[in-house]
Design a protein around this ligand. Structure first.
Ligand SMILES: C[S@@+](CC[C@H](N)C(=O)[O-])C[C@H]1O[C@@H](n2cnc3c(N)ncnc32)[C@H](O)[C@@H]1O
Length: 238
């Protein structure tokens, strides 16, 4: 694949190497991704899962640069509308859902709740670019999917159930309702957060690999190692 056709999941965030440990030994039939943009991640999915139907969704209409392939289907939707999300996620028994859409905290929560409900048992839900829900990006002081998933993971790691009391604590001053937290806490069997700890392969803005290393910026000024960048969750349904 040329630089032009590579997803930022690969060259910038370094997400795909992390995903491989969850994909190992699995051959998905039905894969969905919210957020198609230039079609690069759809190209990656078509290649990575040669036996799968790949269903993409975006607020954009079908674009001429997107791959033409009998295994790729497209739905136009607004991620801010739970009914549209439900209908998209319910269209197949998806075993892998990737959410790389608007990156708005409220939309991330909507897609997470709808997506996990629709996911096949043992299916994987990937919530990309969750750094956009980091307090340094949101500055609204409210909890969101990042906080809730960290909290659920915290209790699971300590062997403590996310019961009604703990769900209410997590939902306090959060955009998630206690019932949503409770549902996620009872249905997610694995929660893994990745955070990039190396420099990107090359700059997303100007494609160069020679950075101003002392400033942790590309020579074009793009930040190459900021505090809130390149974070993704891989979640497994029970
Ligand atoms: C980061 S890009 C997707 C990149 C792609 N997955 C890749 O790796 O090559 C985000 C996409 O989300 C779409 N998007 C933005 N707001 C949206 C919304 N409300 N509903 C659905 N898609 C949205 C944008 O049009 C854009 O194509």
């Amino acid at each position: 694949m040329s630089l032009m056709n590579t997803s930022d999941k690969v060259f910038w965030h370094g997400f795909t190497d992390f995903y491989e440990s969850f994909f190992l030994g699995r051959d998905f039939r039905y894969v969905a991704e919210v957020g198609v943009f230039k079609g690069n991640s759809i190209r990656w999915l078509l290649e990575r899962f040669p036996n799968a139907e790949i269903h993409g969704a975006d607020i954009l209409p079908l674009q001429p640069e997107w791959p033409v392939n009998s295994r790729f289907a497209f739905s136009q939707l607004d991620q801010g509308d739970p009914k549209q999300l439900r209908s998209f996620f319910g269209s197949r028994p998806f075993e892998l859902i990737i959410e790389d859409g608007s990156h708005q905290p409220q939309h991330q929560v909507l897609a997470l709740v709808e997506g996990v409900q629709a996911l096949a048992p043992l299916g994987l839900y990937i919530l990309e670019d969750i750094h956009t829900s980091h307090p340094s990006s949101t500055r609204d002081g409210r909890g969101n999917a990042l906080h809730a998933l960290l909290a659920i993971h915290h209790y699971q790691r300590l062997g403590l159930p996310v019961d009604d009391t703990r769900a209410a604590l997590i939902a306090n001053n959060s955009i998630l309702a206690a019932e949503e937290v409770h549902y996620l806490g009872s249905t997610l069997s694995k929660i893994a957060l990745y955070r990039r700890t190396r420099l990107p392969d090359y700059c997303y803005r100007c494609n160069v690999r020679d950075f101003d290393f002392s400033a942790l910026r590309c020579q074009c000024g793009a930040d190459v190692f900021s505090d809130a960048d390149s974070m993704t969750f891989v979640l497994q349904k029970a």
